[in-house]
Design a protein around this ligand. Sequence first.
Ligand code: SME
Length: 160
Amino acid sequence: MAEDLTLTATTKAARYAELRPQIEALTTGEPDLTANLANTAAALKEAFGFFWVGFYLVKEDELVLGPFQGPVACTRIRRGRGVCGASWARAQTLLVPDVEQFPGHIACSSASKSEIVVPIIRGAGNVVAVLDVDSDKLNDFDADDQEALEALAPLVASWF
Ligand code: SME
């Protein structure tokens, strides 16, 4: 049975450091992908109050909405489309300080102003999902977010 998250650190990097073992504790020994993705999205939302945080899963030639926390979102995204589709196609993290400046950005919500998308990669460049975090503030993500979320990606990949 899971316990509540306990986060005391005040800096973002330190909160990520506190959160990591708690995500591991929540998911270790649990074989169900949906359960693990759902608790990870919830833990990130609870720790940082992100506007939207969730997963899109690669299904054939599209990304399909998976477990998330936040307002309703686009259900399907084509490869290469928007920030999520571009992160999938390039198999790399995209940190977008102003989504209006990103060519082809998909506005699921007009409140979303900046975002970071981290590909979940299994094996040699096989993207199985992306982790998408959106903010309602411009320029809300930095290298601390990128480093911590990229460090989380192999754990997430291990659930697939
Ligand atoms: N903004 C994303 C779409 C997904 S949502 O914002 C939840 C994109 O351009 O890929």
